[in-house]
Structure formats: structure tokens, C-alpha cells
Design a protein around this ligand. Structure first.
Ligand code: PXP
Length: 244
């Protein structure tokens, strides 16, 4: 079975919007695990727009499956990872102005390659396996292997955004070719970004696919599937007052 890691960043986004104690990402992580998720993914961003340092610290103590920490390869984040020791780190590109991660690492550029290699070595020195979030390009897969990554996560955003039919088939073919190359390179294969309840099944056949990281679609679904009960609970409180 393909492992499902649930990205819970959006729980933290809702909490941070009001500075409340709820919804608590740590509780969300526990619920995901109780439902059978194989792992919890969080992205600690430089601007701390959603997940906070204390979330990662508490999750490290409470997650019973796999804690996947997404982060940029900066000195600050590397020090945090070395201290907290997630089960795996996924290195991602990060831009302050983006709404979400917009693409894979620019792994083809020599300076990026050099800094990623140093980051992977540092994480390995602390016993932490490393996944690199890359675009589905054969050259990028080869570069990930050369850098010493244990795993790659193929960016599925272009596949998800492509219109069904030939444009999506073209993106699927890119993913398939990259997946085959990952297999040939001995890299563990993960994928994610933009996957939802409509498009996910179209890419499950990727050769060697072991893990998916899915966030926005699952949290969005939970808002709607949980709304009925949430309204009923509030009505219950109003009725209590009427009857008092
Ligand atoms: N994988 C990576 C590397 C990401 O940055 C994200 C978004 O934080 C995801 C997967 C999950 O994407 P989505 O929220 O669109 O499911």
C-alpha cells in the first residue's frame, strides 16, 4: 500500500488567523494517525505563517508514526532539525511571497546543488534521512542521487493543474519517466502537491511509488464533512440555555 502522510499546515493557518488555541495541530495529527495515516508532514516556514516551532517540538513528542519536517535548507532550519530530530526531513524551496511551495528545488544550479549537498550531509551526520522535493525531470532525479538524497518527492503540481486529456497525459508521462529514473537510481519515491480526491487515482500507478504527501484537499474535505456535527454541537449549547 502507498503510505499517506497528511500535511497539517492548514490547521495551523486557521489557528494563527485568530491567535486562538484552536484548532490545535497536535490534536489534528493524532486524529490523522487514529484514522490510519502513516505519517504527519509539517512545513516550518521561515516566516512561521502556519506551523510554529512549538508545534514541531510537541509533534516530535507525540507523533507515533512518521514525522516529516519540510523546510528550506537554511542554517536556522538545519539547526532546528538537528535538535528536534524528525524521522525525515524534506528539503523544499521557499519564497516569502508564495502562497504555497510553487515548484521543486532548483537542483540543476551549481550553487543550489552545493548547498543541498552540505545540508544533506549535515542531516545525515545527525542520523536524519533526507528527501528532496523536485520537479519531475530525469536530470533532477539524477542530481538528487548525486547529492546523496535517500528519497525524492516528485512535485505533482503541474499534473494536478493540467486540464484532463492530452495536457494531463503529458504531465503524467513526465512523472512516469522521473519515477522510472528514481527506481534506477535506488531512490525511495514520494510525490505530492495539489493532489485531491479527483486527481489522485490517476497517478497511483507510478513505478515504485511509496508515499504521498497530501494536505490542502484533506483539510478542506474535513471542514465540509465535519460541518454538520459542528453546527449540531453549537445548537446543542443554545438549547441547553433555553432549557435552563
Ligand atoms: N509536498 C510538499 C513538498 C509541499 O510543500 C506541500 C505543501 O505544503 C505538499 C506536499 C502538500 O500539498 P497540498 O497541500 O497541495 O496537498
Amino acid at each position: 500500500m502507498i503510505r499517506l502522510h497528511v500535511n497539517i499546515d492548514h490547521i495551523a493557518t486557521i489557528r494563527n488567523q485568530r491567535g486562538t488555541r484552536y484548532p490545535e495541530p497536535v490534536i489534528a495529527a493524532g486524529l490523522c494517525e487514529l484514522a490510519g495515516a502513516h505519517g504527519i508532514t509539517v512545513h516550518l516556514r521561515e516566516d512561521r505563517r502556519h506551523i510554529l516551532d512549538r508545534d514541531v517540538e510537541i509533534l516530535r513528542q507525540t507523533v507515533q508514526t512518521t514525522l516529516n519536517l519540510e523546510m528550506a535548507a537554511t542554517a536556522e532550519m538545519l539547526a532546528i532539525a538537528a535538535r528536534i530530530k524528525p524521522d525525515i526531513v524534506t528539503l523544499v524551496p521557499e519564497k516569502r511571497e508564495e502562497k504555497t511551495t510553487e515548484g521543486g528545488l532548483a537542483i540543476g544550479s551549481a550553487p543550489v546543488k552545493k548547498s543541498l549537498k552540505a545540508a544533506v550531509k549535515k542531516l545525515h551526520d545527525h542520523g536524519i534521512p533526507v528527501s528532496l522535493f523536485i520537479d519531475p525531470e530525469i536530470s533532477d532525479v539524477r542530481a538528487a542521487e548525486a547529492i546523496g538524497a535517500d528519497q525524492i518527492e516528485l512535485h505533482t503540481g503541474d499534473y494536478c493543474n493540467a486540464a484532463p486529456g492530452p495536457p494531463r497525459d503529458k504531465e503524467l508521462a513526465r512523472l512516469e519517466a522521473a519515477a522510472e529514473e528514481a527506481d534506477a537510481c535506488g531512490l525511495i519515491l514520494a510525490a505530492g502537491h495539489g493532489l485531491d480526491y479527483v486527481n489522485v487515482q490517476g497517478m497511483l500507478h507510478l513505478p515504485g511509488l511509496k508515499e504521498l504527501n497530501i494536505g490542502h484537499a484533506i483539510i478542506s474535505r474535513a471542514v465540509l464533512t465535519g460541518l454538520d456535527e459542528a453546527v449540531r454541537e453549537m445548537l446543542g449549547l443554545l438549547m441547553d440555555v433555553e432549557e435552563a
